[in-house]
Design a protein around this ligand. Structure first.
Ligand code: NI
Length: 388
């Protein structure tokens, strides 16, 4: 049985608050990356900087042992949100905020690294401090830069602090727990003209309205109701005068699924809907469809391992099954390549309701930091022990 030094709660909170005051957007995490690298180097880890531009990878080689290597991943980026909280650790950067809890993820992973650096482990542990989760590009870039190789990673674990759950609970289940994220952009090309003579024009605004409605019917009429799916049109832009029919209209939006047939068919369905409707009105539509991240799928045995650790920390009935979200998370990129699990660590105040992620009043109950650190530290140990 491997014994671990206790969690340094004061240090965890201090690190999280320091990061909270200095949020950086995707691929700009220079201060965060430097702080992370400096701490890990001081602990004696082998540190690689500038991975995927601003990411940091740290390795503790367990020597012979089981020859197994386990990866802990933490995302580092903040969001373009102006913080509205009046707290001493409020963001110091105007228009930028850690409004999703990634400051906590970094603090937690650093604490895991601190607790494991003096512990004799029967294998290796690697840390991936990843940039740009929010724009769904960071994980791909880390994998392209070889984070899963040299040494080969055999399992990967991560967490998200989660304000839909009270602090003191953990949400964890096998299978798909976070959705695929696709992005579409539609340009409708009509013909501009006088607002009073629409018969001489081809009105892209009216066509755009029909396309928005048509896209909504994909979920209600083309998707199998037993498959999860969301289509949201989130940006509409056209025109610049009240008495002029513009020549074009632009739409943007997103499709979310847990995989399956709707996931496979969505690019074609969106394209056909936009182009078919445009054609019916005598216009054309250009559709650009991009897959940003795949559904995040938890491996059943790895989930079971993490669950047994979670139950020891918060109690059996406080590890909650069935927590899923149509939100996306590029941890899915690692978990598509190696088995692993991703847990939601409750971070709302137990008595009240937590502010939603990405909102200007987002904040966490800092008790969740200790739970997150315990969960990941002991999961690493349990995995390497089980592999031995
Ligand atoms: Ni997040």
């Amino acid at each position: 049985m491997i014994s671990l030094p206790p969690v340094d709660r004061a240090q965890l909170v201090a690190t999280r608050r320091d990061l909270h005051q200095h949020p950086e957007l995707g691929f700009e995490e220079r201060r965060t990356g430097a702080l992370v690298a400096e701490r890990l180097e001081r602990l004696g880890y082998t540190v690689k900087k500038g991975v995927a531009k601003t990411g940091v990878v740290a390795l503790r080689d367990g020597g012979g042992g089981t020859g197994r290597c386990v990866l802990i991943r933490a995302d580092m980026d903040g969001l373009p949100v102006e913080e509205a909280n009046d707290v001493p650790y409020r963001s110091r950067y105007p228009g930028k905020m850690h409004a999703c809890g990634h400051d906590g993820h970094v603090a937690i992973a650093l604490e895991v690294a601190r607790r494991l650096h003096t512990t004799a482990l029967p294998g290796s542990v690697k840390f991936a401090f990843q940039p740009a989760e929010e724009i769904s590009d960071g994980a791909e870039a880390m994998v392209r830069d070889g984070v899963l190789e040299a040494p080969t990673v055999h399992a990967a674990f991560g967490i998200h602090l989660w304000n839909d759950l009270p602090a003191g609970t953990i949400g964890l289940m096998p299978g798909s727990v976070m959705a695929s994220v696709d992005q579409f952009e539609i340009t409708i090309l009509g013909k501009g003209g006088h607002a009073a003579a629409p018969h001489q024009a081809i009105d892209p605004v009216l066509i755009a309205a029909h396309v928005v409605t048509g896209l909504q019917s994909l979920v209600s009429r083309r998707r199998n109701p037993f498959e999860e799916g969301v289509v949201s049109v989130t940006q509409v832009s056209a025109g610049h005068a009240f008495n002029v029919i513009p020549g074009r209209a632009d739409l943007r939006g997103t499709v979310r699924t847990f995989g399956g047939r709707f996931y496979e068919e969505a690019p074609q369905l969106v394209t056909d809907t936009a182009q078919g409707i445009a054609r019916a009105f005598g216009a054309t539509a250009e559709v650009r469809y991009r897959r940003l991240s795949k559904p995040l799928v938890n491996d059943p045995p790895m989930t079971e391992l993490m669950r047994s650790v979670g139950e020891e920390i918060v109690g059996k009935n406080r590890v909650i099954d069935g927590v899923r979200t149509m939100g996306g998370e590029d941890m899915s990129v690692y978990l598509a390549k190696v088995p692993g699990a991703f847990a939601f660590v409750g971070s709302a105040p137990p008595a009240g309701k937590g502010a939603p992620h990405h909102s200007p009043t987002f904040d966490i109950d800092e008790e969740s930091l200790t739970i997150g650190a315990e969960l990941l530290t002991r999961t690493v140990v349990r995995y390497l022990e089980a592999a031995g």
